[in-house]
Structures are given as C-alpha cells and as structure tokens.
Design a protein around this ligand. Structure first.
Ligand code: PMP
Length: 423
C-alpha cells in the first residue's frame, strides 16, 4: 500500500466520505505562495490555506518567532500562570481592534472562540438575573464553525449542517441581506430584522454575524449601512452584538477588521484563522469591560472555560510576529491593488452564461456559478493549470496571500477564468 492508498483507506478528510473520498494531493513543502506536490508540480496558492496564511508559507520572520519561542517553552498551562507572549499579544490586539474591546480570552480554534462568545452572551444575561434571553439571532447564509452551538447559527440550508436541523437549538434567522456592499441598507432588509427585534428581543441574548463578508455560508458581501443599523437595533432593544471576524479579520476585506467598514463596536468579537499567519490553530474571543465585568459580578462570578492549550506560548509568539509583519507592511494599499487586479481579470466572466455573479472585495474574489460545481472534477482542472483553488457549492473563489506578486495573481486569475470557461 503506498502512502496515498493508506491515506484513502485510513484518514478521514474534511467534508468528504470514507468510502468514496474526494481525491487529495500530497504536499511535500510550501514556500511563499507556492505549494509543491510530492510529484514535483508547483501550484500557486489561491486559498491561503482556508484564508489564514496571509504572509505566505515558511515565512522567515514567523519561522524565527516560533523557533526562538520553542527554545524557552512551547507550552505551559494558563491556569495560574501567565507569560510574555500572551501579554504581548493581548497588548497588540487591544491596540488594533475596536476600542471598547478590552478583555482577551484565548482559545484554540475558531469554532471554540464562537462557542465561548455565545456562552459569554448567555452568562451575561444570567448574571443580571435575566434568564429569558437564551436565544440567538443571525443572518441566513452565515457560517460560524462546526461545533454544536456554532452549527446552530450556521445557515440551516447552505451552512453544511442541515442534517442536524431539529437536533440543534433553534435560533432565529433573518433573510439574506440583499443590500450589497457599497449600497445603502434597503427598507426591506431593515424591516426584516427590525421585525424580529420587535417581536423577540426579550428572548434574544445576542445577534451573531460575520460583519460585511459572509464566508463559508455563501461568500456574500453586504451593506455596511445594514451592519450599522443592526448595531443601532441592538442598542435600542438591549441585545448584545457578537462579530465573528474569524474569516474577515486582519485586513482580508480591505479594512483591518470588517466592523471598521461600518465604524461600529461589537460587544464581543471572535478572531482566528490569520491571527497566527496560518502557522497554528489559535483563536481569541474579545469582550468589552461591560460584558466581562457583568459576568464577573454575577453568580457564579467566574467564566467556566479553560481549554488545555489556552494561551499557548508558541501560538501567541507567532501571532505577535504575524501582527507586527502586517502592521509594518502596506497591507491596505496592497489589498486594494489585489482587489483591482482580481476585478480586472475576473470581470470577463460576468457575461458567461454559467456565471451568476462576480464580486471582489479586499483580497477576496468570488465567481458565483449558477449551478453547484463538482469539486473533484474542478479541483483537478485547477491543479492542471498549476494553481490551488478549492470551490464549494456554487462559489469558485480565491483568497490570495497578501504577499502574492502581480504576476502570480494574474496567473491565478487567468487559471480561474480558463477553468470556469472550460468547465
Ligand atoms: N467562523 C467563521 C466566520 C469561519 O469562517 C470559520 C471557519 N471557516 C469558523 C468560524 C470556524 O473556525 P475553525 O475552523 O477554526 O474552527
């Protein structure tokens, strides 16, 4: 049995079957924007490894941050201990995120950060003796992770977890926001969500949403004006706002955090993915003083959550190095250029009869097809074009690394256009 046969027989890959799995490609190494396969082929990366490797693979600065940290300690429990990497990272995060977020809770993955955020919201209301507020409100087309409560606020149809409907806690969903990014919020979109607030705000602990860009639930970009209005409704009806910036954080949408497009302050914010530049699984749930101190004044007065790898020093130090690299770069200008290059190349597909929509924002380019694509078939076509693009459903999209050159990005886009045209 060779390695690939062993893999097929024994290793369960994401979002596929064990009996008839989608093909996998064996990677030998990755450097910068290039992924090298065992058979020697080199692919230009269009996915940033599910949107997190923003500075490229095997980045020297990030490599050094990890190897020097490993010399002093790779891990230490966070109960009863603290350390420089955790403190340095919290200082950076407080500095760059919306100013009301003053408390930093570390965890180990995006889905866990979402669970933590939802638990915080429930405990907040419990702490002030309001036990009616136990539900969440979210927007259709959303995605917040694969753990239990995170699944309950994913779109029940497009969010991959539809088979668990009826088993998960029932949450409140408003229709997909039709007002696009750059547009004012339509009356229809506003009235849809206002109605839920009017009818159910006494039961709703928090709104949870992906600000501006809905990722794995549909790659949809919506109006900043809508987001601003949701913040106003939360204030008017006494509901917390959780911003899930796991996919959008650290510059991906053209602002450092997508909330900045609407100039709003969430009560709780989740960060993950690009926080370590794609080096390690790590996440953060940030909260305002009000949220954290209300929980801490309640009964019980502590927040009962403490993952084994909370505050892992290796992850914290590589996150510090990644944030420093980002902040020292001209990421904002570059992401605008990336957006313009993608728009220029991909716009030709708008007239293609198989294509429903083409949209680009920051370092995200999406070609929405009219029909779902066959992943195995289209993936092989991309590899043949020497690029790595992994679509889902009807969305053929790219999320390039910020360090990609114009030339490499043009090649990536040309391959995308070729594949969509031939598909
Ligand atoms: N929230 C959002 C917006 C995401 O895009 C994802 C992952 N795609 C998650 C949460 C879950 O993160 P993780 O995969 O690290 O658990």
């Amino acid at each position: 049995m060779n390695d690939l046969e062993f893999d097929k027989e024994h290793i369960w890959h994401p979002y596929t079957s064990t009996i008839d799995p989608l093909p996998v490609y064996q990677v030998k190494r990755a450097k910068g924007v290039y992924i090298e396969l065992e058979d020697g082929r080199k692919l230009i990366d269009g996915m940033s490894s599910w949107w997190c490797a923003i500075h490229g693979y095997s980045n020297e600065v990030l490599n050094n941050a990890m190897s020097s940290q490993i010399e002093s300690m790779s891990h230490i429990m966070f109960g009863g201990f603290t350390h420089k990497p955790a403190i340095s990272l919290a200082k950076r995060l407080i500095n760059i995120t919306p100013s009301k977020l003053q408390k930093v809770f570390y965890s180990d993955s995006g889905s866990v950060a979402v669970e933590v955020a939802m638990k915080m919201a429930l405990q907040y209301w419990h702490s002030i003796d309001n036990n009616d507020k136990t539900e969440f409100l979210t927007i259709r087309n959303g995605y917040h992770g694969d753990t239990w409560h995170a699944m309950s606020v994913c779109d029940p149809d497009t969010g991959m977890h539809g088979i668990f409907n009826g088993k998960l806690s029932i949450q409140n969903f408003v229709d997909k926001v039709e007002s696009r990014f750059g547009e004012k919020c339509s009356d229809k979109d506003y009235n849809n969500i206002r109605k839920v607030f009017e009818e159910k705000s006494n039961k709703i602990a928090a709104v949870i949403l992906e600000p501006i860009v809905q990722g794995a639930g549909g790659m949809w970009f919506y109006s900043a004006d809508y987001l601003r209005k949701v913040r106003e409704l939360c204030d008017e009806f006494n509901v917390l706002l959780i911003a899930d910036e796991i996919a959008t954080g650290f510059g991906r949408t053209g602002e450092l955090f997508a909330c900045n497009h609407a100039n709003i302050q969430p009560d709780i914010m989740c960060l993950g993915k690009a926080i370590t530049g794609g080096y390690m699984s790590f996440a953060v749930t940030m909260a305002t003083d009000d949220v954290a101190n209300t929980i801490s004044s309640g009964n019980p007065s502590c927040f009962m959550h403490g993952p084994t790898f909370m505050g892992n020093p290796l992850a914290c130090s590589v996150a510090c190095a990644s944030i420093d690299l980002l902040m020292m770069s001209n990421w904002k200008v570059r992401n605008k250029e990336i957006e313009m290059i993608m728009e220029k190349n991909l716009s030709i597909l708008r007239s293609n009869p198989k294509v429903a929509d083409v949209r680009c924002l920051g370092a995200i380019g999406v070609v929405e097809m009219k029909n779902p694509v066959d992943m195995g078939k289209i993936q092989a076509m991309f590899v043949k074009e020497e690029v790595w693009v992994r679509p889902f459903g009807t969305n053929v999209y790219i999320m390039p690394q910020y360090i990609i050159s114009d030339d490499e990005l043009n090649k990536l886009c040309t391959a995308l256009v070729n594949v969509v045209e031939k598909y």
